[in-house]
Design a protein around this ligand. Structure first.
Ligand code: ATP
Length: 204
């Protein structure tokens, strides 16, 4: 279980997230809402990649308070994250895929997303859609407990959207999945939240 407790975040005087409480359970947890609602900021905080101004993130029972942020360094590896953009490090695909240690698992997800022929290419020289496939393969290979996805269907063609949907159905029994989107997600949501103006509420 991944929780945010009273999370707040402002940028240059603009409050992006206002006292959000959220619990992500095993399965698909969807966070929907319009542009600028604060979804990406919330997801980055839950991924321990953005320090909240105030509040606590509870990562499988372990608390990370905003004012004791050093603890985040010890827990960040438990959460795989796919950002909204398709940026990656400018190194070869195969070196990226070696990041998580389990080469067999990384190879399996790379093959699943049709990436085998790109292994020696520089990741940043690939098209945004192929980079998105690579980000997803990497995140699925690295994810042991939680997988947080920011508009994961962006850049993908129909084939890749189908692959992603099937993959998410496969891992939904074993991972906490957070899925941020504007529109209907590719897979049914076990829990749904709606965000607007930095606040959040559960939906049906
Ligand atoms: N790094 C940043 N620096 C300055 N402002 C930021 C930063 N990140 C987010 N914001 C601001 O915080 C607010 C919420 O942005 P955020 O990206 O979290 O919303 P969102 O719901 O994900 O939007 P979208 O659906 O357009 O991606 C916006 O006003 C945005 O400009």
């Amino acid at each position: 279980m991944l929780q945010g407790l009273d999370l707040w975040k402002s940028f240059n005087g603009v409050t992006a997230v206002r006292g959000v409480y959220i619990t992500l359970y095993t399965g698909i947890n969807c966070i929907k809402g319009p542009n600028g609602a604060g979804k990406s900021t919330l997801l980055r905080m839950l991924s321990l990649l953005e320090r909240p101004d105030r509040g606590t993130i509870v990562v499988f029972g372990k608390r990370v308070d905003a004012d004791r942020w050093a603890e985040a360094d010890r827990l960040r590896g438990r959460i795989a994250y796919v950002p909204q953009t398709s940026e990656l490090f400018a190194v070869s695909v195969k070196s990226l895929l070696s990041m998580c240690g389990d080469r067999a698992k990384a190879g399996k997800w790379a093959a699943y997303f049709g990436l085998t022929r790109f292994m020696d290419r520089n990741a940043m020289a690939l098209s945004p859609g192929i980079r998105r496939r690579l980000q997803l393969a990497l995140a699925l290979a690295c994810a042991k407990e939680a997988l947080l996805l920011d508009e994961p269907e962006s850049y993908l063609d129909d084939e890749a959207r189908g692959l992603l949907a099937d993959a998410l159905r496969d891992v939904a029994d074993s991972l906490v999945v957070g899925y941020v989107s504007h529109d209907e997600p590719l897979v049914p949501c076990r829990h749904s939240y709606f965000m607007s103006g930095g606040t959040i509420s559960p939906t049906q």
